[in-house]
Ligand binder design. Structure first.
Ligand SMILES: O=C(CO)[C@H](O)[C@H](O)COP(=O)(O)O
Length: 279
């Protein structure tokens, strides 16, 4: 029998696919993790004449195998077509899970070690839709999921750990593959992951104009911390999804800048699905 959490994930996935996978779409991003399995199930259950017109772009080896197993057409993020103006055509929609979602739709991702490709796919989509269960809802990031996953080049890991301690992360650690692999987890991109604990992060409305990205107690605002982490030599990507969503970025005339979802779907304990949209 499905557990409460699994039923919640499944309900959220079904609702998100129903609401956001328009039959006219042709390019669809598929994220990573256990919730995305239900997204793929919901898509595979659609009529074949709908899904056969679509190409599915994975965010790593797990989703690549899911797409193939479901009999859907596999594409690759680096093989997107160009539009009539020579610009790379955005994905119509991308679905992915999250480890924590705050009041402002900022996310922590990377619990499944796929964050770099996940961010590339999310940022390449007009609409990125987050699918999760009730455990992921949180007013501020690093409240329930207490560490930020950071993908680093292995040669730089020791230096990045030192820098993280300077930035206020208590005891950042290289993620280990135990018990399935001796030594560090190696990502789909051949990198290592550092899990960096931080005090709960702030969102812009917590701060005054002159705060410069930090609260009076020294806690970081999401964007300020994400940009600081990204600036460290050897950091490939940070598991904070922040800033604008794809639609907001397009409206601002930007390409590939949207990282936040246009909506987060949460399966709840009582069987309902709660939808969180930008305020
Ligand atoms: O970011 C991720 C993988 O890197 C996942 O989307 C995240 O960890 C959520 O996973 P799950 O659906 O299993 O809870």
């Amino acid at each position: 029998m499905a557990t409460l959490v699994e039923s919640a994930k499944k309900a959220a996935a079904a609702q998100a696919v129903h609401d956001h996978l328009d039959p006219s779409y042709t390019w669809v991003g598929i994220g990573s993790g256990s919730t995305v399995v239900y997204v793929v199930d919901a898509i595979a259950a659609l009529p074949r004449n709908v899904t056969s017109k679509m190409t599915f772009i994975p965010t790593g080896d797990q989703s690549k195998l899911l797409i193939i197993a479901a009999g859907l057409r596999l594409g690759s993020i680096d093989l997107r077509p160009l539009d009539e103006n020579g610009k790379v055509r955005p994905l119509d929609v991308a679905f992915d899970g999250a480890d924590e979602v705050d009041d402002d739709l900022n996310l922590i991702k990377g619990g499944g070690a796929c964050l770099w490709q996940e961010k590339f796919v999310a940022a390449a989509a007009k609409k990125f839709v987050c699918v999760a269960d009730y455990r992921k809802i949180s007013p501020r990031l690093c409240t329930k999921w207490k560490t930020i996953p950071i993908e680093v080049h292995p040669l730089t890991a020791a230096d990045v750990l030192r820098e993280l301690r300077h930035l206020g992360s208590s005891e950042p650690e290289i993620r280990q593959g135990t018990p399935n692999k001796a030594g560090p987890v190696v990502t789909d991109n051949g990198m290592w992951l550092i899990d960096a604990p931080f005090a709960p992060l702030l969102i812009p409305r917590d701060l005054s104009e002159e705060s410069q990205g930090k609260g009076t107690d020294g806690s970081w605002e999401v964007t300020a911390l994400a940009e600081k982490l990204k600036s460290l030599l050897g950091v490939v990507e940070v598991g904070l999804f922040y800033g604008m969503n794809g639609i907001q970025a397009q409206n601002a005339g930007l390409d590939r800048q949207g990282q936040k979802p246009v909506a987060a779907y949460f399966g709840m304990e009582d069987g309902r699905v709660r939808v969180q949209s930008p305020e």
